[in-house]
Design a protein around this ligand. Structure first.
Ligand SMILES: Cc1cc2nc3c(=O)[nH]c(=O)nc-3n(C[C@H](O)[C@H](O)[C@H](O)COP(=O)(O)OP(=O)(O)OC[C@H]3O[C@@H](n4cnc5c(N)ncnc54)[C@H](O)[C@@H]3O)c2cc1C
Length: 270
């Protein structure tokens, strides 16, 4: 459980972090909260030669309002996201999702940018971002581009970001008072979802039902057509092909998706 040797650089600005990424390419990795990257390095599943620490860049942290959206800096920690009054009032599903991540220690180190970039299909914040119809700002050598959540996650631990790009901010629509539902089925309180469901404003997102967070499009269409929660939820696993592991086989995950979608639709708050 000892990582391979690496060089550590604490970036002094986002521009310096980008310059270091451009210089080192595939050999470098950004370090934010370190709560996904460091375990992978200890297991030698990741062996970056250079770690570029962006976790201390205050200019990449914090929440602000920009017309109809909230803008959340990439290094905003899960605990700060869960506690931010602006997020709790304008995008309560996101605040709630952040509060479901791991345990207090993890929430005080892990960042929203790190979670989204890591792109674990079982994670809370990627599913929440897809449910909210949010987007991310990605900076690179050619400037900054905005990518919709539906397009950002490409596959198992894979996003559209290139090795020389950095996620700088997250945007979510402001939805004060819009009902939302969130269900996460876990074996122990601080675990990743065996299956998760987030529903808000006609959108339904699923965690751990495929290689990336998915939309339950058949169930969404049924809701739009006026179906009951039970009728819509019966379609929640349509088109999915979840993986199997020691926690659940494929059919059990499909069952969970239907049950949790029904609960998410029936027990909405806001
Ligand atoms: C015991 C345990 C339990 C956990 N439980 C949960 C859970 O229940 N739900 C859940 O969702 N998560 C869970 N997590 C994961 C946790 O949320 C991590 O904090 C998160 O996945 C990664 O965030 P980080 O800031 O620590 O990223 P890091 O570990 O620093 O980085 C992760 C990856 O993202 C890249 N990266 C980081 N920031 C950026 C950026 N701004 N731009 C581009 N790339 C970037 C890194 O290079 C690396 O590849 C758990 C982790 C542990 C250790």
């Amino acid at each position: 459980m000892i990582p391979a040797p690496f060089e550590y650089v604490a970036a002094e600005s986002p521009a310096q972090a980008l310059a270091l990424l451009a210089e080192h390419g595939d050999d470098a990795k950004l370090l934010a909260g370190g709560h996904s990257l460091l375990p992978m390095m200890k297991l030698r599943l990741a062996t970056p030669a250079v770690l570029i620490d962006i976790g201390r860049l205050g200019e990449l942290a914090g929440v602000s309002a920009d017309n109809g959206e909230l803008v959340i800096g990439a290094t905003t920690r899960h605990a700060d996201l869960a506690a931010a009054e602006l997020v709790r009032s304008q995008a309560p599903l996101l605040a709630y999702a952040a509060a479901q991540v791991g345990d207090p220690q993890i929430r005080h180190r892990g960042t929203i940018g790190g979670s989204l970039a890591h792109a674990d299909p079982a994670a809370d914040l990627p599913m929440a971002l897809v449910a909210l119809g949010g987007s991310v700002e990605v900076a690179g050598p050619d400037g900054t581009r905005v990518v919709a959540a539906d397009d950002f996650f490409q596959g198992f631990f894979e996003t559209v970001m290139q090795p020389d790009e950095m996620l700088t901010a997250v945007r979510v629509p402001r939805m004060p008072g819009v009902p939302w539902g969130y269900q996460k089925f876990v074996r122990r309180a601080n675990d990743w979802a065996i299956v998760g469901v987030a529903a808000v404003d006609g959108r339904i997102a699923l965690a751990n039902m495929g290689p990336r967070p998915l939309r339950a499009t058949a169930a969404e269409q049924a809701v739009a057509d006026g179906a009951s929660a039970a009728e819509a939820a019966a379609l929640a696993a349509d088109g999915t092909s979840p993986g199997e592991d020691m926690h659940a086989d494929r059919e059990y995950r499909r069952h969970l998706a239907r049950v949790l979608t029904r609960r998410a639709l029936e027990h909405q708050t806001g």
